[in-house]
Ligand binder design. Structure first.
Ligand SMILES: O=C(O)CCC(=O)C(=O)O
Length: 317
């Protein structure tokens, strides 16, 4: 890990860039084991990212979320709107978004799947529950708090999130940061919090640094389900932050059945697939030899304790 760089005023270490390891499974595994994350420049197809971005911004335009007279691809938010998941006006855009063919196809990016196959030493299983985020500028109360994905996903701890911004995403637009080394200590306790997931970890006393940086189009961050991470606030005056988060695990590991359901479970796969032109990624998991995991009692205990906790304030740094 490099030392804190002078360009990092928040005291965030720069990501270790792992492009040198894409064809070296041992290096991928050793770094992931040590740090709990891998960051790659230009791993994801730029053309597919642009298609997904355009698909989502067309929905934002239809909802009146883009500033009138601006170029849609710029993603400039209309003044005075700050919608957030799961508010009804957000879901009115988000449910159609989940039906997007480009969005769902992006989870099968070949560069990403090749890295995952090297990391796992076996076929990767993409979870079907694909997620996207539309984060409004200055809506800092709802910035994603520090958390571990395992609490929300369960199945196997060997689940990895790929966080991919849909276009350049400097820190000021609210990129994701991770805590290298935080994945070695099991499931942390949480408190109720604002922002995605609704619970957060108090990281003040933890002995780990944050690592992060400015993402360019095509960059991807991969991290283990126990690695603590959070979003930085979108402090731009007017830009929407668009990103996707997809999850993967080794095919031979048990999966939680909910990972094969559409996000929020407000529509069926039939509805999601209704307008797709290609059958390639429909029900791709149905013929695979899957095994299923029950719920993890550690997660139940941590969730029950959180229910009786006070809500923490949103993080703004
Ligand atoms: O993009 C965000 O704000 C949240 C993403 C996240 O926490 C995740 O991918 O697990």
């Amino acid at each position: 890990m490099n030392d804190t760089d002078q360009n990092s005023p928040e005291g965030i270490l720069p990501f270790l860039i792992s492009n040198d390891a894409t064809d070296d499974p041992n290096k991928l595994r050793e770094r992931m084991r040590r740090d709990g994350y891998l960051f790659f420049r230009g791993l994801i197809s730029a053309a597919d990212i642009r298609r997904t971005r355009a698909e989502i911004l067309a929905l934002c335009a239809g909802a009146g979320w883009l500033a009138p007279g601006t170029e849609p691809n710029e993603g400039i938010a209309a003044p005075g709107i700050a919608s957030t998941e799961p508010q009804p006006d957000y879901m009115a855009v988000y449910n159609p978004l989940l039906r997007g063919e480009a969005f769902n196809a992006l989870a099968h990016d070949s560069g990403l799947l090749n890295v995952l196959e090297g990391l796992f030493g076996e076929a990767p299983l993409p979870h079907a529950r694909n997620i996207a985020r539309i984060i409004f500028p200055q809506n800092t109360l709802h910035t994603t708090p520090s958390h571990q994905d395992y609490l929300h996903i369960q199945g196997t701890e060997e689940t990895y999130t790929a966080w991919i911004p849909l276009g350049d995403c400097p820190r000021s637009l609210g990129s994701l940061v991770v805590m290298p080394g935080s994945h070695h200590s099991g499931v942390y306790s949480v408190q109720k919090a604002h922002g995605a997931g609704g619970v957060g970890i108090d990281t003040d006393a933890l002995p780990f640094p944050w690592a992060g940086g400015d993402f360019a189009e095509g960059d991807a961050l991969l991290f283990n389900s126990l690695t603590i991470h959070k979003a930085l606030p979108n402090l731009t005056p007017d830009r929407l932050r668009l990103s996707v988060d997809f999850r993967y695990q080794p095919l031979s590991h048990p999966i939680a059945p909910s990972s094969l359901e559409p996000h929020h479970q407000q529509q069926t796969w039939e509805e999601i697939y209704a307008d797709w032109k290609s059958d390639l990624f429909k029900y791709y998991w149905r013929d695979l030899p899957l095994t299923y995991a029950g719920s993890d009692p550690r997660v139940t205990a941590v969730r029950e304790a959180a229910l009786s906790s006070p809500r923490t304030e949103g993080e703004t740094t």
